[in-house]
Write a new protein. Structure first.
Ligand SMILES: NC(=O)OP(=O)(O)O
Length: 340
């Protein structure tokens, strides 16, 4: 039976329930954004950087989430993600609330479903740092406020937005560049590969023999590359990836929670430490720059590269703040309208 809404009070009820049942837009990974949306987030981040760097107070921005809570549901430790998301929340006038794994009932006394319902009922968004990608998907399913993936085993979208901003600042453009990844197959390169291709950057990923690149991400990367006449490849020889590269990137080989694999990983990654000799041997472009999302370990890059004037690592770390601001504005203040 179809019921028509007739009375004014019914109409009010109808619209209120419709509003409440509207699903928020979440930030899961770079696959879910289109090129324009990513570019808009990067431009927004650059705009916030100008505001913050100029020292100007920004009363309009500081009011946008005044009196609201921003939850940081973190089951893993963090320096950059925690500082940048807390800083971004404060910039918009919100109170950031850090909910570490020893702070709340989740996982000990309470299910993810109940926790999600409760946290989202009292906050304006949830930055979630979890172990499994499925946890992000579960949060998205049950949350009434935006979930911002703040790292899971598959993706790290806040880092990818940051990295595109950092590349754009360093080169004045993104189109026409080549990015070489020399390292593990992990959450950072999964999102960075997609974000780079969405920004007009060719991508060459070098991972050791025996390490697999994620199939779904690889397929999507090839699809975007084909659409945009770009190149995406996964190779096992760092010299192949480095040939004509403008941006050279790596990350830890031993992710949080995998510390017991260290000895095996060091053997598997022999020859993967980024050094000036490796870069010269690979014939990177003369204007090459180095990036690393941090924290860094000696085995993946030596000091001569990491602390050189080619290294963008600390600019990149600071840019995390502006990426988090852009994401809060787009997903929370503008309710998922990323082009606004
Ligand atoms: N790059 C990054 O996510 O750093 P943290 O783990 O310190 O947040």
């Amino acid at each position: 039976m179809i019921m028509t809404v007739k009375s004014a009070s019914s109409k009010r009820f109808f619209s209120a329930t419709t509003l409440k049942s509207q699903k928020p837009r979440h930030l899961v990974n770079m696959i879910q954004l289109n090129n324009e949306e990513l570019a808009s987030l990067v431009n927004k981040a650059a705009g916030f950087k100008k505001i913050v760097r100029s020292g100007e107070t920004s009363p309009v921005n500081h009011q946008k989430l005044l009196g609201k809570l921003v939850a940081l549901l973190f089951s893993k430790r963090s320096t950059r993600t925690r500082i940048s998301t807390e800083g971004a929340a404060a910039f918009f006038g919100a109170q950031p609330m850090f909910l570490g794994k020893d702070d709340i009932q989740l996982g000990v006394n309470e299910s993810m479903y109940d926790t999600t319902k409760v946290i989202s009922s009292m906050t304006s968004c949830i930055f979630a740092r979890v172990n499994r990608h499925q946890d992000i998907l579960d949060l998205c399913k049950d949350s009434s406020v935006p979930i911002i993936n703040s790292l899971c085993d598959m993706y790290h979208p806040l880092q990818a937005i940051t990295d595109i901003l950092t590349i754009k600042e360093a080169f004045g453009k993104t189109q026409g560049l080549k990015l070489a990844w020399i390292g593990d197959s992990n959450n950072v390169i999964n999102d960075l590969a997609i974000a780079s291709l969405r920004s007009g950057i060719d991508v060459s990923v070098s991972i050791p023999q025996g390490v697999e690149f994620d199939t779904e991400v690889g397929n999507k990367a090839h699809e975007i590359a084909k659409e945009q006449n770009l190149s995406f490849e996964v190779v096992h020889d760092p010299a192949v990836a480095l040939k004509n590269a403008d941006v050279i990137v790596t990350d830890t080989w031993i992710s949080m929670g995998q510390e017991e694999e260290k000895i095996e990983k060091l053997k598997q990654f022999a020859g993967y430490q980024i050094t000036p000799e490796m870069i010269a041997n690979g014939q990177a472009n003369s204007n090459w720059k180095f990036m690393h999302c941090l924290p860094r370990h000696q085995e993946e890059v030596n000091d001569d590269v990491f602390y050189s004037d080619r290294s963008l690592v600390f600019e990149e770390a600071e840019n995390r703040l502006y990426a988090a601001m852009a994401v809060i504005e787009a997903f929370v203040v503008n309710k998922g309208d990323l082009l606004k």
